[in-house]
Design a protein around this ligand. Structure first.
Ligand code: MN
Length: 333
């Protein structure tokens, strides 16, 4: 039986083994798991003598500052630079093909196309699908897959995979951290991964101006006590005035969700086109199970996990209304 009992597991292992020129793409605007899976896979397959083209389908194909330290970051290629004669496309951490952005077309035209992901509701857009929705991270799935492909892990590969695991588990705090996840993390540390250094880079290296932006976010935070819902927002103007990059705002939601008075948290981020990117987080209430924010996000054309999800809304007011619609029917606490 294959790991996780995934029907396509063995065929995926064989397909990777047999491919020589491989395009690898994660979702647009990558986070730690997307980038860690991408670079970990790329470095691992290069160690087997394969040619890889690691990329993603949004500009720029440059890691956000907090992930710039990752090994292999200098090997990323812009998606238009991927040649036509590749043998295989591997999609990582994409719940749906559109998450590939400008790489979607190339990916869907490829046979084989391997889809490795842990988002519930993944629409299995690959010709081979390794979708494990209880895995902590795509990096966790990738780690086991690479072992079966015959890759010998090393410091750099392990660093990438560890970064994916540590970010998607919220530093091993979320419920998706299984015993298996922690055993994997321990195994990765044995390759010399510098966990404190990674934590410093990812979680404690924001520019000073980030604190000012965080101040605005916290000042604006609103609590709807009845619904146990907290939210805040940032505009393009906030970013301009504080000098913080849009790719440095991922952790703002963690500050907003850190109140015992709410179990659903949202942050709305104004995009270049004037729409707002909605990030949702959920946790168990005092007497109630967590709200599935993945369901809320999917209702509005987005996606994600049960406890962490996102979508796009035209403005803050309508987004709040839309979320509240899903919070009224909660079981009595
Ligand atoms: Mn992920």
């Amino acid at each position: 039986m294959s790991r996780y009992d995934i029907a396509d597991w063995d065929a995926t292992v064989d397909t990777i083994k047999n491919a020589q020129r491989i395009a690898i793409a994660c979702h647009v605007n990558p986070d730690g798991d997307a980038l860690g899976s991408l670079l970990g896979t790329s470095l691992a397959l290069r160690s087997l003598g394969k040619t890889t083209y690691p990329t993603w389908g949004s500009e720029p194909v440059v890691p956000p500052p907090s992930l710039m330290f990752m090994p292999g970051a200098d090997s990323l290629v812009p998606s238009p630079a991927i040649p036509d004669d590749i043998d295989l496309v591997v999609a990582l951490d994409c719940g749906a093909a559109h998450r590939l952005g400008t790489v979607e077309k190339l990916a869907l035209a490829s046979d084989p196309l391997i889809n490795i992901d842990h988002h519930p509701g993944n629409d299995e857009f690959g010709t081979l699908n390794v979708v494990v929705d209880f895995a902590s991270s795509t990096a966790e799935i990738v780690a086991f897959l690479l072992k079966d492909v015959g890759v010998e892990l090393d410091h750099d590969i392990a660093t990438c995979l560890y970064t994916g695991v540590v970010t998607d588990t919220g530093r091993f705090q979320y419920g998706n951290s299984s015993p298996e996840t922690l055993r994997l993390a321990a195994d990765l540390l044995s390759y010399g991964v510098q966990a404190p250094q990674i934590a410093l880079e990812v979680f404690e290296s924001a520019p000073f101006t980030y604190l000012k932006l965080l101040g605005r976010v916290l000042e604006r935070a609103s609590l709807l006590e009845e619904q146990r819902f907290v939210y805040s927002w940032i505009t393009r103007k906030d970013l301009k005035e504080t000098g913080v990059g849009a790719d440095e705002t991922d952790l703002l939601i963690d500050a907003v969700r850190a109140t015992r008075d709410a179990d659903v948290a949202a942050i709305f981020k104004e995009q270049k086109d004037g729409n707002y990117r909605v990030s949702l987080r959920s946790k168990s209430g005092p007497d109630s199970p967590p709200v599935s924010v993945g369901e809320i996000a999917r209702a509005y054309g987005g996606g994600g996990h049960e406890l962490a999800a996102g979508y796009t809304a035209p403005d803050v007011e309508s987004a709040v209304k839309g979320i509240l619609k899903h919070l009224v029917d909660r079981p009595e606490s």
